[in-house]
Design a protein around this ligand. Structure first.
Ligand code: NAD
Length: 458
């Protein structure tokens, strides 16, 4: 499918804005109709979505199912709760000057919003924000990633077939198309991708004073204490790291393990990788592929200089977009591997004996999207929660927190700003407008001049 002509983008944005101004998208009925259409767009085309995921990332059955089902779950949740989410919220009116009067928060759609999504979970990272944007009564222009080209083409084919074509538009393309889009005025932008591009988006948004949510990446640390259920810890870490070949924004990027249990952890990780993907992961149906040859080459370069420290894997075949599950034992902390977000199936493991040193290491670096701790010691989790800053802290698991729709999903500092998931997505795309309703049958005189000491203070 061809990219959207750049010369058409201004007109697409303007016509979408004009449509929002008609007010059609504000009604409960319109919103529910669109949400149901998103659900049908997924459920009636499962084979097509799965084929696209296969072609882009060779995703396994678990990942493919999750991509489709998580969207449907998000829609179901939005439909079930939409009436209560939309309801104006009456607030207590505490000021004497405004009595009598009714204070409330009116939930207003921002207008026309832009959603830019990355390649790694190419369906859900576009549809989950879209569900919230539509539930909140917005029009949306979506720009999926050019790297996951098959999924992006599927969006371009199916969205016009299911959704209100005046309200939801797909822009296909890469940097030139995004750059053109970002020149225009949107009422809100939700961007998911790398911190480098997040800065570009925020600068462009500033020109129009457009509010943004930035869902970014970075290095998410994972700490393994000596007081740990190693069977479960190693299994969950191996699963969360090598799932989608490490191309998961909240994948554990690196591990700090207590020196007493490092050998045991490495041994158990190896065993689990073998159980999950067999002796040769390249032939496993459950082992995905790197999105592009360029990214595979980037990962192979990350391993340069680490050859003597490879404790597992280390094989790369950029032509086939393959990198084996790899463990690097005690890499140099100044190496590229430990400075850049890995976003691939390479797991650096370092040992520690003083948790305060690990906390200092984490606090000296950009704030992570997720921070993981495996420990049976409740005091350690309290310490980590209180002494570090990250988008999330998860104890004794990895990656799964974004499936809890009652929790906001987002980063802090370099890993992002704002959050979404369930009702938080609705709130993200909703302007909370202050409304104060006052009668005129009474008009207390105290606020009007002339003021003298006989007037009551308000
Ligand atoms: P990316 O930043 O390269 O691209 C993401 C999107 O931005 C794509 O649609 C791309 O076309 C567009 N884009 C790229 N360069 C641009 C530019 N100069 N101007 C405007 N738009 C531009 O990210 P990616 O490689 O697709 O994804 C990987 C990154 O995304 C990692 O850093 C990962 O951690 C992060 N990520 C974060 C989350 C999250 O929820 N926080 C989820 C997934 C991925």
């Amino acid at each position: 499918m061809t990219d959207t002509p750049i010369k058409d983008i201004a007109g697409i944005v303007q016509s979408t804005r004009d449509y929002h101004n008609t007010g059609v998208t504000k009604s409960y009925e319109w919103r529910v109709k669109q949400l149901k259409a998103v659900s049908r767009m997924m459920s009636e085309n499962v084979a097509e979505w799965e084929k696209a995921l296969d072609a882009d990332l060779k995703q396994n059955t678990f990942l493919k199912t999750t991509e489709v089902v998580s969207t449907i779950t998000e829609v179901d949740n939005a439909i079930s709760n939409l009436k209560s989410w939309m309801k104006p919220k009456i607030q207590p009116n505490l000021t004497v000057m405004n009595m009598p009067g009714t204070a409330m928060i009116h939930k207003e759609p921002y207008g026309t919003v832009l959603i830019i999504s990355p390649f790694n979970y190419p369906i859900s990272l576009l549809t989950k924000p879209l569900v919230g944007a539509l539930a909140a009564g917005n029009c949306a222009i979506v720009k999926p990633s050019e790297l996951s080209e098959n999924v992006s083409a599927t969006f371009a084919r199916l969205i016009p077939r299911y959704l209100d074509t005046n309200a939801v538009k797909v822009i296909l393309g890469a940097i030139p198309e995004s750059t053109e889009l970002l020149k225009h005025h949107f009422d809100y932008i939700l961007y998911t991708g790398s911190p480098v591009v997040g800065k570009v988006v925020m600068k462009a948004a500033a020109e129009h004073l457009t509010p943004v949510t930035l869902e970014l990446g970075g290095k998410s640390p994972c700490i393994v204490d000596k007081d740990v259920n190693m069977e479960v810890a190693a299994k969950r870490i191996a699963w969360g790291k090598f799932l989608n070949l490490g191309q998961t924004c909240v994948a554990p990027d690196y591990i700090f393990v207590h020196k007493q249990v490092k050998a045991q952890l490495i041994q158990k990780l190896k065993e689990n990788v073998k159980t999950f993907y067999g002796n040769d992961p390249k032939t496993s149906n459950d082992y995905s592929r790197i999105i592009s040859q360029r990214h595979a080459e980037r990962l192979i370069k990350l391993l340069e200089g680490c050859e003597s420290k490879i404790a597992m894997g280390g094989d790369g075949d950029a032509n086939n977009k393959y990198i084996s599950p790899t463990i690097v034992d005690e890499p140099n902390l100044e190496s590229k591997l430990m400075r850049e977000e890995i976003f691939g199936p390479i797991l650096p493991i370092m040992s520690y004996d003083d948790l305060d040193q690990v906390i200092k290491f984490i606090n000296d670096r950009p704030k992570p999207l997720a921070l993981y701790l495996f420990s049976s010691n409740g005091k350690l989790s309290d310490k980590l929660i209180n002494e570090t800053s990250s988008g999330a802290v998860i104890v004794n698991d990895v990656v799964v927190h974004n499936t809890v729709s009652t929790l906001p999903f987002g980063g802090v500092g370099n890993s992002g700003m704002g959050a979404y998931n369930g009702e938080f997505t609705f709130d993200t795309f909703t302007h909370q407008k202050t409304v104060l309703l006052k009668p005129t049958w009474i008009d207390p005189f105290a606020r009007y001049p002339p003021y003298d000491s006989n007037k009551i203070a308000i």
